[in-house]
Design a protein. Sequence first.
Length: 528
Amino acid sequence: MKIIHPVLTDGQWRPARNSIGSFRAVNPATGEELADFYPISCLADIEDALQAAQYAVPGLIKTPPEILADFLDLFAERILAHHDDLVETAHLETALPKEPRLRLTELPRTTDQLRQAAAAVRNRSWCRATIDTKTNIRSKYAPLGGPVAVFGPNNFPFAFNAAAGGDFAAAIAAGNPVLAKAHPNHPATSRLFAEIALECLKKCRLPLAAIQLIYHLRPEDGLKLVSHPLLGATAFTGSRSAGLSLKEAADKAGKPIYIETSSVNPIFLLPGALSERADQIAVELFNSCSMSAGQFCTKPGLVVFLRDENGERFLAMIKKYFAQPQPGFLVSRTVLEGIKTALKAMVDHGAEIVVGGTEQEGPGFRFANTLLRVSGDVFLRHSEEFEREAFGTVSLCVLAKNEEQALEIAAALEGSLTGSIYSETQGNDDALYARLEPILRLKVGRLLNDKMPTGVAVVPAMVHGGPYPAAGHPGFTSIGIPASLLRFASLRCYDNVRQDRLPPELRDKNPTGKMWRLIDGEWTQKDI
């Protein structure tokens, strides 16, 4: 008998209402469907979840920050208690390695995000309380007053999971209910997180509709969700086409949406750096490109260097590394087909495959490590086609004829999450760096020197965002607490409101003694 897993609505696991079908996740290592069925929800499930979440809004607003922080800490603790089930399930659904990726890297990152969010809630400085004593006008960031829809991506089943990841943590920490839209590649992993979260809500006596889960939607219903009158905001990580469609619908309805779509993360290798340490850079580049089979949004997809003797020698070095057999598994057939489409477009417009370029034989979804080359002249004629994100161990080398053309290439780039410049340690590249940096700085959210971009540290100063099309707004980040909370907050102003009617953060007395507030233009922890 076919059993379809229920959705989580208003604190209850119940069958999807008027579902339009079901689906099963696929094991990427075998290409075979897994046993469990999950519903494809329609607008009725969305309406039910949003209505329930709206009823949860007042309860969350009234919840003391300490209780909200306790929930986030408890959720982190309970996730670790269920680590074996989570790792086994995510491995089955994504083929990502259990060790070190899932158990030792991504799961601790996930719980660390939750704990950082809890600390931000307790400290309260994230709300940026601002007080002008002369006019008695005061303001702070506060919950949106509506639920946040979180669309989880395919490549991070833990750290970006719609029911436990960074967007989830930020939305909850800002005091909003979350409607989690699981990624269909890992529904069971998302279900486990939601089950643990529901237990923690009950333990902390929070509104049970604060977290709800649906698994899959038709594209047209996704558009209705992000533009729904009851929705507070949306966080989306995924493909450019889907993200832009959702953004268009949300923008038309006046609903905030924060999207992270595609990024080629250019690397500029200056001449002195290649003369000084080409082999070291080649190893770093391949390791960065091939990490998790190239399925990181910060993977270097574009490498720019001069077409001279050192450049050709470097290309031969990295060809040797990319020629290694047995690439890792891709998380889905969709990713595999996306690589084929991107490669065809690049080759059709003049790129040459140096190594790889073929789907691997055998079970599961794998594509050969692939390196391409193109001249700077050709790149500049078709730059849009060469900036297609190929979500795998695929990278395009752009060989510029001189330094001036390298600067032209930087100026032609679309927005990316990251951009890196490798330069010689003795200063021989400083003049070129000084010309390149101001151009590249405007194209990326995070600028790196002499370092590959794949590592994303979860620290307050981190920016995981950037100009279009890497993200929908260059002023926000999805990683880096407390800054990431501001996406899911509204700015509230109080003019001549009495002390006992003000939120505690805006009263004369500092509510924690440690909270930072901007009082008459000075950041301070003092009382007024």
